[in-house]
Every structure is written in structure tokens, then in C-alpha cells.
Design a protein. Structure first.
Length: 134
């Protein structure tokens, strides 16, 4: 194989996984990454509040119907994706966001097709807290 083709192939091997991340992530992980990004935008001063809007577990051909999300007080996000008649077609969970935010209470939210979540983050001491989900 000629050297330029090897370099191109090597470059594709490194770039493809990062470009296709959404193709291989699940609904809970997508929400966790959105929370992580929101914590980065939350001011460092005590009492600062940031509202994450348009949060959704929807991804490439995944979780595009109604869904239920549980934010557990112990730090888990659990997502149940449903079809149009309400049957669970997949479920996912993660605790990745726990590194960045403390969850105040267990909250379970049902959303219809296309509905998004609004998550409220608040700075308390050196830590971000997830204080509300709508």
C-alpha cells in the first residue's frame, strides 16, 4: 500500500469514532453529556443558576418517540424510550454526569414525542446541583 493511502486510512480510523459518537451513544449518555456541558456554563459564584433547555435523549434513529427519564438521587439517569402505543422499546442508564453534578432528589418525568426537558443547575459551594427537571 502506498504511503499516502496508509496515512489517509490511519486518519479515518482516528476521526470516525469521534464523528460518529452520537451514532453509538444511548439516550441516558446523551443527557449526561448535555448536563456536563451545562455545568461548564454555570457560573462559579455561589447561588448561580443555569437552565439547560431543549435537553433530549433523542439520537440518530433512537428514542424518537415518547420517553420517561428518571434522575435518581444517588446519581443515575435512566431513560425508557417508548413507541407510539407506549411499549418500552429500549432503556438506558448512566451515572457519568455524577462527576459534575449532585442530584437533589429522585425525579421521574414523562415526555411525549418531540418534547424536551428543562434542567435547572445551581452552584452550591464548589459543586453544581441538579435542582429541578421539567
Amino acid at each position: 500500500m502506498h504511503r499516502p493511502w496508509r496515512l489517509l486510512l490511519l486518519g479515518l480510523l482516528f476521526c470516525l469514532p469521534t464523528a460518529a459518537c452520537d451514532l453509538f451513544s444511548d439516550g441516558a449518555t446523551r443527557i449526561a453529556y448535555q448536563i456536563k456541558d451545562g455545568v461548564k456554563k454555570l457560573e462559579r459564584r455561589e447561588g448561580a443558576v443555569y437552565h439547560l433547555t431543549e435537553v433530549t435523549p433523542e439520537g440518530f434513529r433512537q428514542c424518537s418517540g415518547p420517553y420517561t427519564v428518571q434522575f435518581d438521587r444517588v446519581g443515575a439517569v435512566i431513560v425508557w424510550c417508548r413507541d407510539t402505543v407506549g411499549t418500552t422499546v429500549s432503556s438506558h442508564s448512566t451515572s457519568y454526569h455524577r462527576r459534575f453534578v449532585t442530584t437533589e432528589a429522585t425525579t421521574i418525568i414523562d415526555k411525549g414525542t418531540g418534547e424536551t426537558l428543562t434542567i435547572t443547575l445551581e452552584r452550591r459551594g464548589s459543586r453544581a446541583h441538579l435542582t429541578a427537571v421539567r
